[in-house]
Design a protein around this ligand. Structure first.
Ligand code: PMP
Length: 354
């Protein structure tokens, strides 16, 4: 038993369920309902497996270069990792070492406290206001770093750029991470602020807007010094995080901007239509600029709706947590999937109202 005293004990993050049953309408993990770009599929189909004999490029240069070009940055301002979870975890390890508490909202991506616990980083959660907005004053106190998802998850609420800039400017001694996993669905990106603030790290992902959650690609953008420090930690951990096939698929995705824009436009259109229909059914929600809607029903508890949907093979996400227990997070699926969900909800809520 003695070795067990010395184990790094952690309570792991619980990801949304990935059901084996393929018939499930899966609106629980904010995946994109459309396939990756045809050019990505072609790269994978025509991939020359012979090159797998060799190690991949540890600098992930091809992908860093095209991402830099896409965002109007230099390659030295881009760090690529195995999904944004990997990039964020690496960033916590690299930048949050002051011993002072890091700050993030009480309702946000529930991996932040897990990484903080894993690395023994103290943290203080700051309560969002009653509309789930951040209060900028909460982020102007002593801290060892700040991490904000914008738009936030699971609420879908976006903070104004001026508020974020004020927070970044007020914290020159801390790294401020803006997690933009959902920004492509209509949000404003902090990337233009990178040139102005050397303490800003912006993190994005291929998992949502690029339909590549299964490929695992995420990246951080910031001052070359931040990126160098991130690379130092990465190369002290695992030089070859990105495999050769993934790098090629990622490059093809960024190269096909037309498909990317089309894909996003479809998701946004379905989101806006779904909002109108959900409102008619008595749901209330904020003005989500993401690929999900965080909604509460005026009269029927979320738990009941969640369970009824689930029994009918429609999966959404529900957390038994204070303040959000009455909300459902519904990812935007195809038009057909949303129609099925809305039809089911209409019947269910009619029965409940009775
Ligand atoms: N940040 C936020 C806010 C998220 O919701 C997610 C998706 N679970 C991630 C980061 C991680 O996404 P990925 O690792 O697939 O890039």
């Amino acid at each position: 038993m003695s070795w067990e005293n010395y184990v790094r004990k952690v309570v792991p993050y619980v990801a949304g369920e990935q059901p084996k049953n393929q018939n499930v309408i899966k609106l629980n993990t904010n995946e994109n309902p459309y396939p990756p770009a045809p050019s990505v599929v072609e790269v994978i189909r025509n991939f020359d497996c012979e090159i797998l004999r060799k190690y991949p490029d540890p600098n992930v240069s091809a992908l860093a270069d095209i991402l830099a070009q896409y965002h109007g940055l230099d390659s030295s301002q881009v760090f690529v990792g195995v999904g944004s979870d990997d990039v964020l975890a690496m960033s916590f390890l690299t930048f949050f070492n002051s011993g002072k508490p890091i700050l993030f909202p009480d309702i946000t991506y529930s991996f932040y406290d897990v990484w903080a616990d894993l690395y023994r980083i103290p943290y203080e959660c700051q309560a969002l206001d009653e509309n789930f907005c951040i209060k900028k004053e909460d982020y102007k106190k002593q801290n060892g770093g700040i991490v904000l998802a914008n738009p936030n998850a699971p609420t879908g609420v976006m903070a104004e750029m001026s508020i974020l800039e004020e927070i970044i400017a007020a914290n020159p001694d801390s790294v401020v991470i803006i997690d933009e996993a959902y920004v492509d669905f209509g949000g404003d990106s902090c990337v233009p602020l990178i040139e102005k603030y050397n303490n800003l790290l912006v993190v994005q992902t291929f998992s949502k807007s690029r339909s590549l959650a299964g490929m695992r690609i995420g990246y951080a953008m910031g001052n070359p010094k931040l990126i160098q420090y991130l690379n130092d930690v990465k190369f002290s951990f695992n030089s070859y995080t990105m495999n050769t096939l993934t790098i090629a698929a990622g490059v093809a995705s960024v190269a096909d901007e037309g498909y990317f824009r089309e894909n996003i436009a479809k998701v946004i259109m379905t989101r806006e239509r779904t909002k109108l229909e959900l409102a008619k059914l008595g749901f209330i929600f904020g003005d989500s600029k993401t690929n999900f809607i965080f909604a509460a029903h005026k009269t029927v508890p979320a738990q009941e709706i969640f369970e009824a949907l689930r029994e009918n093979e429609i999966y959404v996400r529900h957390w038994n947590k204070p303040r959000i227990v009455n909300y459902l997070r519904i990812s935007i699926g195809t038009e057909e999937e949303m129609d099925k969900m809305l039809a089911f909800l209409a019947t269910l809520l009619k029965i409940k109202r009775g």
